[in-house]
Design a protein. Structure first.
Length: 319
């Protein structure tokens, strides 16, 4: 049962289903006993949950698995819904695969389709140096291309699911390609190359579980963040393929400035038309996903408060 439907029931309603454990912490009550403080999620809602008098086996399962079969009882604390967890179990591989799709934790785009789309865009780049650079990054023997295709696009804000990084990157690059067909004066090769490379640092930045779901940030991710890590990777790749210093400088600027402004994580604002376009296309892809997920959680004709977007979101009655 969807969590949005669960919270409409009376206190004491029994809940059983496969959900995402989006947060888990071991805490200690005033009595000295340990308990688990969790957040249980699906595509419809997030519900706080408690696992009282938690046993070692339960704590180990909750710590090491993101997708779990959860049994619990609906409760209300200060009029807000929460679950009291009575049991957790690791689902079968088949149940987990189905749950990943149901919970929206894997890309809707087929991985092979994304790989083919990535290759088509790379081969469409006319400048030989840029095409060789892209081939080096995504097809080198270190397996980066495979990691890129299954990596999440973020820890939580947008495209935070298996394959989300490739899905987001292709959205940005395909938008760039379409925009170049409608507008003159843009260097398509520079824009497309920058679009494909702008978030490659996230492979090093985001730690994942064995399935490819985000767990948090790596040490490099916390200390350096994906913009710097991506610039570093591009600089090394440019040296390997013999790209000019000017080409490396332009691509690094596009990566460095793609968040648009310092308060959003970019030390400099875009100083080239291609960098400015990349910033807006990146933002469109991210914001579209955020709005889409918040709208799914909102009843037609109603509002919901988005913590990610930091505003109220309205879902029209007529769609």
């Amino acid at each position: 049962m969807k969590l949005a439907a669960v919270i409409k029931n009376e206190q004491g309603f029994r809940v059983t289903g496969i959900y995402r454990i989006s947060r888990f912490e071991l805490k200690r009550a005033k009595t000295g006993k340990r308990y688990g403080d969790c957040m249980i999620s699906d595509s419809s809602a997030d519900i706080p949950a408690k696992c009282w008098d938690i046993e070692e086996e339960q704590a180990a399962v909750l710590t090491s698995h993101i997708i779990l079969s959860v049994t619990g009882v609906l409760d209300f604390y200060k009029e807000a819904a929460q679950l009291t967890i009575t049991d957790v179990a690791v689902p079968s591989d088949e149940e987990r695969t189905a749950a990943l799709k149901e919970l929206g934790l894997t890309s809707k785009r087929d991985r092979k389709d994304m790989a083919d789309g990535l290759d088509r865009l790379i081969q469409s780049v006319r400048r030989d140096d840029l095409r060789r650079l892209l081939c080096y990054v995504f097809s080198s023997a270190d397996g980066f291309g495979d990691s890129f295709l299954r990596h999440p696009g973020a820890v939580w804000n947008h495209h935070a699911w298996i394959g989300g990084l490739a899905e987001h990157t292709l959205e940005v690059a395909e938008l760039a390609d379409t925009y170049c067909q409608r507008t003159t004066g843009i260097s398509r090769d520079i824009l497309l190359t920058a679009a494909l490379l702008h978030d490659i640092g996230k492979v090093q930045e985001i730690e994942t579980d064995l399935l490819g779901l985000p767990l948090g940030f790596t040490a490099k991710g916390k200390l350096l963040r994906h913009i710097y890590l991506g610039m570093e990777q591009v600089e090394q790749a440019c040296r390997q393929v013999g790209a000019s210093a000017e080409t490396a400088l332009i691509l690094k600027h596009c990566i460095l400035s793609h968040h648009g402004q310092p308060e959003w994580g970019s030390p400099v604002e875009p100083m080239m038309m291609e960098a400015e376009i990349l910033h807006y296309l990146d933002n469109i892809s991210a914001k579209t996903d955020m709005f889409s997920r918040e709208t799914e959680r909102t009843a037609p004709g109603g509002f919901t408060r988005s913590q990610t977007l930091k505003r109220d979101i309205y879902r029209p009655e007529m769609e």
